[in-house]
Design a protein around this ligand. Sequence first.
Ligand code: MF3
Ligand code: CO
Ligand code: CO
Length: 256
Amino acid sequence: MSAIKIHKPEDIGRMRIAGQLAADVLAFAGKHVAEGITTGELDVLCNEFIIAHGAVSATLGYNGFPGAICTSVNNVVCHGIPGSYRLKSGDIVNIDITVNVDGWHGDTSKTFMVGQCTKLAKILVDVAEQAMYTGIDAVKPYGYFGDIGVAIQKFVDRHGFSIVRSYCGHGIGREFHGEPMVLHYDSHEPGLQILPGMFFTVEPMINAGFYKTKVMKDGWTVVTADKSLSAQFEHTVAVTENSVEIMTGSSQWMQV
Ligand code: MF3
Ligand code: CO
Ligand code: CO
């Protein structure tokens, strides 16, 4: 028996609203990403934006996490804590936004390039984005979760990069992190069946070097063990009888 939550059709509307705000916050953050801004300044701007839209950050205070967003620069894989670090030309920075709107969660992230980046960084970011879409394309109603990792692995292997194994996608809805664990690599197991009413994230972390990671002394910041660059993209998706809908796609958002 699976403990994965099957949502009612009308719950998709609530998820669309949460997903849309998460996407809007990410687009807003992207407009501010530039040489010279600190990750802490991005955090303050995003938190204000979230609150101004009647929502709250789901990461702020989550198991003690101190940021309203996660900012993961260069060799940081995920869960980077916003602070005094000042972005400089050549950096890549993943910004991960999770909002709670009336009890429903939207979770999305993107890796931005700052100024002039190396060819390797550009390719890595591009491969990470395509890896996410490859994974989402593998999601089918009545398919299997294992299909996602198989598809991503096949794609990433062709480019000679590696897929982080210690962190995965997750069920989402009223809960921030629910079942199942959505693996982004080929685990050689079909996994559970994907059913209409399931909401979850696809968020592969791709390393230029080896897949292994370690957690820094702050207890949060996850870095590549070999100090290689890492990039990530994330969307929240909803499965219906005959479709897979991205909840966190870009919106008509234009100005503050
Ligand atoms: N948003 C991240 C995810 O995609 C989780 C961040 S948890 C935090 O699942 F505590 F680090 F913020
Ligand atoms: Co997530
Ligand atoms: Co996230």
